[in-house]
Design a binder for this molecule. Structure first.
Ligand SMILES: [Zn+2]
Length: 304
């Protein structure tokens, strides 16, 4: 089974066309839809994808990673806080719900963070089984070395987890060999029946490795970020080409005209995705980018 891709959904990922506000999933062709969406507690969207689209509920550890004590807004992040949030957001059967954790950033209060992660993992699985028994509780594996990560993976499994995430690799996404080695070591430390997710790595480079190692899912939001930085994706012959868009349309000829649903819909309203522009133009380009990225994902698995 190819790994499933969860696209990161932001707070304001909605477009109004013809007076109707719609989620960005409405503008993506059926064959280019992600397998699900990743939603963070720190970034709740205005509109939620309708059931039965799978959701990966994330506790936003990256958001508070620089704070000594995990906090979102005025709330301390605890297992009970997260369970309560997932309940309020109506997490449904089969959705992943992430146990709160604290990233082991070098130079921070590491020992506190290790204790926090273990304590949360113990409490969260009990609460999840009681209050959200139809969801899939997931724990993030941390460690400053491969050995520590592998040891923690086994410990979390012994606590009752069957779904795991590997985090903290996206910061050094360019160190592909190092990251693949870590991911492989964790896969080997856990039974094959366990689900393993990799946070934040979604470039085509990683995909074949994920499929080969037996990673079950991954996520990413680079298609959105890079759109607002001015990149227009093109899936061409198994490669993802990133065109830099101009400030205005006049000098835009180098980028091929696109006929995907969002590019056409916006073009018909006089909005051009191949140039920097209004929020609609830039978000439209992000939706286009997501479709192209998913085409590349599909090709990577077909040709593996
Ligand atoms: Zn397009």
């Amino acid at each position: 089974m190819p790994p499933k891709f969860y696209a990161v959904l932001g707070k304001s990922d909605t477009l109004s066309i013809g007076g109707k506000r719609q989620g960005i999933w409405e503008f993506i062709e059926k064959q280019n839809q992600p397998n699900g969406w990743l939603i963070s507690l720190s970034n709740k969207p205005a509109l939620f994808p309708p059931s039965p689209i799978p959701i990966f509920w994330d506790c936003s550890a990256i958001r508070y990673s620089r704070l000594n004590f995990p906090q979102l807004g005025n709330s301390l992040v605890t297992p009970l806080f997260c369970i309560n949030q997932y309940l309020k957001l109506k997490a449904k059967a089969g959705d992943f719900i992430t146990c709160p954790d604290h990233i082991l950033l070098p130079g921070t209060n590491l020992e506190f963070r290790r204790q926090f992660n273990l304590k949360c993992a113990k409490e969260f699985i009990v609460l999840a089984k009681t209050h959200l028994s139809f969801c899939r509780p997931l724990a993030t594996i941390h460690g400053v070395s491969i050995e520590e990560r592998a040891r923690n993976a086994v410990r979390l499994y012994e606590l009752g987890y069957h779904a795991f995430a590997i985090g903290g690799l996206a910061i050094n996404a360019s160190q592909k060999n190092r990251n693949i080695t870590i991911i492989r070591a964790i896969r080997e430390a856990l039974p094959l029946s366990c689900h393993i997710h990799v946070f934040g790595l979604c470039s085509p480079d990683y995909l074949r490795a994920f499929a080969q190692i037996g990673i079950n899912s991954f996520d990413g939001g680079s298609w959105l970020r890079e759109s607002f930085l001015g990149f227009f994706y093109e899936a061409r012959e198994n490669k993802l080409i990133k065109h830099r868009v101009p400030q205005n349309l006049l000098s835009n000829l180098a980028i091929p005209l696109c006929y995907c649903r969002i590019c056409e819909t916006l073009r018909n309203s006089g909005i051009e995705t191949r140039a920097m522009g209004s929020r609609a133009a830039n978000l439209g380009r992000a939706i286009h980018n997501l479709g192209e990225l998913i085409k590349i994902h599909q090709q990577a698995f077909i040709t593996k």
